[in-house]
Write a protein that binds this ligand. Structure first.
Ligand SMILES: [Zn+2]
Length: 189
């Protein structure tokens, strides 16, 4: 049996950047912007850390509860580690930073929901811990990737096609958002 995840970390990383930039389009001044792209990418891939928990994949870390937790932690952390920045740009920048971080994390749930999953129980436990129902769109927008025996030719081919499809879908979206973001915020340099 090949244990799988839905989109690969590459697809999730691009999804995280896209979600963060979308959230960051809302209101605000140019000098309030920061761009921790690596943080967005890490947050977007983080839910799959539950792969190390036997039988625990796509449950707690793939829930709206986890997204809320990321928002709360991000708000607390940005208040602690960026006092200079907060005093410089004002309090509401901190809230946007928290929203942007939560959006990056939440993008993982969206991409998994849109992805193919042929291993029951299919989907993600979006409403954990309130409900143990599994959610999936059945749109199969993203292919499954395999993380075990990934050096086997058949698995390598499967993963390569999946990542190529993720890039084909996500790269234009990220490029479009980059353009929109720079046009709206006029931060070309
Ligand atoms: Zn996942």
């Amino acid at each position: 049996m090949i244990a799988s995840r839905m989109p690969s970390p590459i697809g999730h990383a691009l999804g995280g950047v896209a979600a963060a930039w979308t959230a960051d389009l809302v209101d605000g001044r140019r000098d309030e912007r920061w761009q921790p792209l690596l943080l967005y990418m890490t947050l977007a891939a983080a839910p799959d850390l539950d792969l190390v928990v036997p039988g625990g994949h796509r449950m707690a870390t793939h829930s709206l509860f986890a997204v809320l937790l990321v928002f709360i932690i991000a708000a607390a952390v940005t208040a602690q580690v960026t006092p200079l920045r907060a005093s410089r740009v004002g309090g509401h920048a901190r809230w946007r930073d928290a929203v942007v971080c939560a959006a990056a994390y939440g993008s993982h749930l969206l991409l998994d929901w849109l992805g193919a999953d042929n291993m029951p129980p299919r989907g993600i436990q979006l409403l954990w811990p309130v409900s143990d129902r599994w959610f999936i769109s059945d749109l199969d927008l993203f292919r499954q990737t395999a993380r075990q025996q990934f050096l086997r030719p058949a698995i390598m081919r499967q993963n390569a096609i999946a990542v190529a499809q993720e890039l084909a879908i996500m790269a234009p979206i990220v490029a479009l958002l980059w353009w929109a973001r720079h046009k709206k915020l006029r931060i070309w340099n």
